[in-house]
Design a protein around this ligand. Structure first.
Ligand SMILES: [Zn+2]
Length: 164
């Protein structure tokens, strides 16, 4: 399978990344010099053009808190933010629920919707991802901690976390 860089619109030919224009130029040069061995270039050009026709460019301005931005770069394992975002998008598309792998999520077959409680201080919804009880939870909004004593089933039937 051909290696194609969709961002740059280039394809790897004999270890070199070439754009469609560069391939066209090389083919023309070969034709002019009587070298008819350009079938590899021609097929690479065809492959690249087909691949590029089947793409969409995302024009996105994404503002992240500095901390999240650092997490993104760390998770991507590279300093190239574009590659990090690409990885994140691919991970999201291929595995929309990566939380299922963390061990925090309920076992397969269990309800997908996590039980939740309301923060006693600000009323914010706190998702319970562990079945452990009693469980100390922290409000993502105000940082208030509380303890969930019994199993919370649904949003309407909850145990209020008591603020410390
Ligand atoms: Zn809160």
């Amino acid at each position: 399978m051909s290696e194609i860089n969709l961002d740059d619109g280039t394809i790897k030919v004999d270890g070199e990344w070439l754009s469609a224009e560069q391939i066209s130029e090389q083919i023309q040069e070969k034709m002019q010099s009587g070298d008819m061995k350009f079938s590899a270039l021609a097929s690479a050009l065809e492959t690249l053009k087909t691949a590029m026709e089947d793409t969409r460019t995302l024009e996105i301005k994404l503002v992240l808190p500095e901390k999240d931005y650092e997490k993104l770069l760390a998770a991507g394992g590279t300093q190239d933010e574009r590659q990090c975002i690409r990885k994140a998008v691919e991970a999201f598309i291929r595995d929309p629920e990566p939380a299922a792998k963390t061990g925090m999520a309920p076992a397969p077959g269990a309800s997908r919707k996590h039980p939740s409680v309301r923060c006693a201080r600000c009323g914010c919804r706190i998702e319970i991802t562990s079945t452990r009880r009693p469980l100390e939870v922290e409000c993502p909004e105000c940082g208030t901690t509380g303890v969930v004593k019994a199993a919370a089933k649904t949003e309407s039937r909850q145990d209020e976390p008591s603020a410390d």
